[in-house]
Each structure stands twice: as C-alpha cells, then as structure tokens.
Design a binder for this molecule. Sequence first.
Ligand code: URA
Ligand code: URA
Length: 232
Amino acid sequence: MTEKRALELVAKAIQQQEALGLGGIRLSYDLINSITPPQPRRMAAKAENLEEFCNEIKDCKKCRLHQGRNKFVFGVGNPNAKVMFVGEGPGRDEDLKGEPFVGRAGQLLDKILAAIQFDRTQVYIANVVKCRPPNNRDPQPDEMAECMPYLKQQIELINPQYICCLGRIAAQALLNTQTPLGKLRLRWHEFEGRKLMVTYHPAALLRFPEYKRDTWEDVQMLRREYDAYMAK
Ligand code: URA
Ligand code: URA
C-alpha cells in the first residue's frame, strides 16, 4: 500500500469514528493488517474488533427502540465472511435471544443458505436496526438513520465481497432508494465498492410461498458470483 492510500484510510477511519459519535481513534484492522499482514492474526483481529465494536454500541439509546429492548441484536456468523446477509430488524425471538434470524423466518433462511451450500458458520448475518420494533412494525426512517452507521461499520470490519439484502426494508435502506423490491432483484448493485443483491425476506416467503422459487433463483445468482470470485 502506498503512503497516500494509508493516509486516506486513516482519514476515513477518523471520519467514521466521528460519525459514530465515538471518541478517540481506532484504525481499521484492514489498515493495520496491511502494514503487518500475518494471516491468522488478521482473522483473529477481525473477530476481536467486531466484538469490541459490539460492546461499544450494545447499550445504544439513540432511538426509541431501546425502550422495549431485551437484547441488542448485533449480528452473527463468520467475521471473515465473504458473503453478508442483511435483514430488517429483530423480531420477538431475536430480541429474546440476542441473535438475528432465530425464529421461523430464520429457519427458512437456514434452508435458503443450505440451498446454496452455505451455513451460518460461513456467512455473516445482521439487520438494519439492532433493536426490535414494537409489534414487529417496520423500522421508521429516523430509527434506521440512527442505526445505519452501525451496519456500515460492521460491513467495513467484516469486509464482505457480497451483500445480500433480505427484503424491501434492507434493500431500500442500503441502496438509498424507494424502488420496489421486485425491480431491484435479479441484478447486481453496488454498495461502497461491494457487490450487493436483493431478494425476498424469508418472513415474506412464509406468507407468500409462491415467491420461494424466485428466491431460490436469486441466491443461485449469488452462489455463481461467489464461485467465480473464489476461482480467481
Ligand atoms: N426478521 C429480520 O429481518 N431479522 C431478523 O433477525 C429476524 C426476522
Ligand atoms: N413484499 C415485500 O415487501 N417484501 C418481500 O420480501 C416480499 C414481498
């Protein structure tokens, strides 16, 4: 890495910390590891940095959703994942357990993952909002705006090559668009230099099983890209 690039990354890291309202300066592990690169350390460092970030934000009270919170639902999976799935927000089961997608929708997500030979230990799973909206209502724009920097920082730390948005809320939030879900499917979008795709939310599939076939096709597109990338 050039000195100029390193300085750019330092500047970006500082801006991100400030945007998150965090004091002090923590450099991204990508930057640190580019200077001292041993592989196993890099992987452990990523996990540690994610855990540290979770601890920093888990008592967040920036929006009203903290009022009904049992557990902050940070995310789960492989800190070194190449593929990250992003849902909407915790439901009842997730709020109780502190883990995303553990209820019925989560069981369906496991099947979707299995259909493309992935499991939870290989990918990373998180949500746009980390606290449960009351009665599972949609997260409101101001709640998503407060929580979005957390998701962005998670994405930076995990550094996945691919992001798969589960449902309209995640897709529209990450792509900053009002375009309906159906018009966002079946093609690759870009999110901060990463490839992003969109499919139906597993909870929607529970209500409308006729969308399952489309979903299975969507995730095949993801698997094909992933295989091509890994073969490079
Ligand atoms: N629905 C979501 O969007 N996320 C979860 O974690 C569970 C259900
Ligand atoms: N309609 C939605 O709003 N979301 C889905 O995931 C599917 C249908």
